[in-house]
Write a protein of this length. Structure first.
Length: 283
């Protein structure tokens, strides 16, 4: 039993970069949670999301993701949807900042106030750009030729996985923002509507894959399939995973955004509309 557990824990493809980044974030969060009071539910959401990222990228699970289409789809849903949603729903920003050494916090504050960072952040975190990037990555990596390139080149494969995580974090960060606009980058109403918009092309793509009668991704046959499963059956399962669970996760994100909208409304923090003045009617 011990050997079987170790097989799953040991990374399929070890990465020092991933391990250092993962440990740095984990250590900062632990240090920050000791300095600040963090609700147990928020801590649980953060650590479950972090665990999903680690399992998907740095365990033997990655082997199956490289050798079966539907396992690859599970990996992408975890990295792009569920794990980022859980991490951002924990609102870890304040906790992570509190866990950093004071000199580093000062430097980051100064860097955040610089004009260069403001311009870069205005472009990189613009709601339209973040939303389009979030949707585009779902579709781009589904193109058979792109999938083949990623599976044949480990650098492209890692870039694909990192891009999924980063785009998911950026998207859910603007959608689950607990502040009104401004300073939030997206209005509360649009935050609720956005997941419904972004899930639509994914549902369509999932349906296309699900009902396809041809092997769209023969690269998994070249790499060697992990299971003795019919090719079209595995492809059908992968399409359904893109179609149903991913859409449910985005629906949950929309409900969380709705919760924040209602909270802002109850606290009176939403911007008030100017009253419409009617022109006086002459008798």
């Amino acid at each position: 039993m011990g050997a079987g557990v170790m097989k799953w824990i040991v990374p399929w493809e070890f990465s020092w970069v991933f391990l250092i980044v993962f440990l740095a974030v984990a250590v900062a969060y632990v240090a920050g949670s000791r300095r600040l009071h963090v609700a147990p539910l928020r801590q649980a959401a953060f650590w479950v999301g972090m665990a999903m990222v680690y399992v998907a990228l740095h365990t033997y699970f990655d082997y199956y993701a490289e050798h079966e289409f539907f396992m690859h789809r599970i990996q992408q849903v975890l990295l792009h949807h569920l794990a980022p949603l859980l991490i951002i729903a924990a609102y870890p920003g304040t906790v992570l900042r509190a866990g950093l050494p004071l000199p580093l916090r000062v430097r980051l504050r100064r860097a955040g106030q610089s004009s260069i960072w403001r311009v870069a952040a205005g472009c990189l975190f613009h709601p339209a750009f973040v939303t389009l990037f979030f949707v585009a990555l779902i579709l781009v990596w589904l193109i058979p030729d792109m999938q083949t390139m990623a599976m044949l080149d480990w650098r492209i494969y890692r870039a694909m996985n990192w891009s999924m995580v980063l785009s998911g974090l950026a998207y859910w960060w603007i959608v689950l923002d607990h502040r009104p606009k401004p300073p939030g980058r997206m209005s509360p109403g649009i935050r609720v509507l956005s997941p419904a918009i972004t899930m639509t092309p994914q549902i369509v793509a999932g349906a296309i894959v699900t009902f396809s009668k041809t092997d769209l991704y023969p690269i998994f046959e070249i790499c060697g399939r992990a299971f003795t499963l019919n090719v079209l059956t595995g492809q059908l399962i992968g399409g359904v995973i893109m179609w149903v669970p991913a859409a449910m996760i985005e629906s949950a994100g929309g409900l969380l955004a709705l919760r924040q909208w209602l909270r802002l409304s109850r606290s009176g923090r939403l911007p008030r509309r100017a009253p419409v003045r009617r022109a006086a009617v002459r008798q």
